[in-house]
Design a protein around this ligand. Sequence first.
Ligand code: ZN
Length: 381
Amino acid sequence: MYEACGNANTMGNIKRTGENMAKITRAQLAQRKRIEFYKKIIVYGFLVMTILPIFTSLFLFYKVGQLEKKLDYALSEQGRDYLTLQSSRNALLDNPNAQSGVFVESVKSVLGNAEVNTNSTKSTEDGTTELPLANTSVDNEGDNVATTEGAAKANEELADVTPEASVAQTNGKRVYLTFDDGPSIYTGQILDVLKANNVKATFFVIGRDEEFYSYYKRIVDEGHTIGLHSYSHVYQDFYASKESFAEELTKLNDLIYNVTGTKSSIFRFPGGSSNNVSSLPVQEYIDYLNDNDIDYYDWNSLSGDAVTNGLSPQQLVNNIMNDVSQNEDSIVLMHDLQTTHTTVESLQLLIDTLKRDGYEILPIDENTPLIQHVAAETVEE
Ligand SMILES: [Zn+2]
């Protein structure tokens, strides 16, 4: 009985103790949660307080660097000229009675002896700059870029100065845009963009059906350079022998002559002069070209439009801008192919970017440096 009572008391104590323990545990849990919460606030707060200032300082350092560059440029000779030209131009535009001659005079006064064109024709170089030939090997058309070294010294001058055109300073570098494998369904659009921008380019064409004949004619009539690129563009046929090589070029040039009234005297090897698809040593074909006074041109810049499908117009332009910045004279390889629509989509952006950065865009002519992966002079006359 006593024991029983004692047992009962003991049970009661145990029950109360259990309740107390439960209360303590709940309290402890709540406290732990609070501690965890404060810990998190402290850790995150610390991270924000340290990382944010670091990033802010890095950003500000970057901005300061940029501004310093701008300031240096503004204080340099070119920058002064540029700013003065801009203000002269703005003053002219603000004054409706001003004559364009006034603007030209003010430009001349700023530039001193520099040459100023009053019409839209470009200032040209003396045209006798010679480049050492590149030796880079190329496996496939468009897979590699030859680099030229020791190019002609840059010649500072101002081109295309008109009251209408924005004032741009040339960087003394020349870019030759070339389109291979046309005519195609995109030739018309490419020609339209070039025309709208008053830019002349070079088309290395192949033989096509009558429905494309009008494009050969437009290329020539609109002042572009037309070049040969084989009739078939089938490597094993074209490069089968020296005879097949000669036959295709003659057939193509006859077609061009019949349609346009002019013959072409320039050529681009399908796959480049350093291709590994021709049956004979490339010197055999070069020998034929030399005998027939046909100059051939490879490239030292390329967009990659035919190498990888799916490059955005901006990426194509970035590829080209990266290449042309490394040469005084750049021959840019692009394609006028049924399958490469990004070429025409990127063309306006390319022209805008080249002009903005001061490049002169020219068609290939007799003054263009012979940019060749395998040099013509490796063949004895
Ligand atoms: Zn080609």
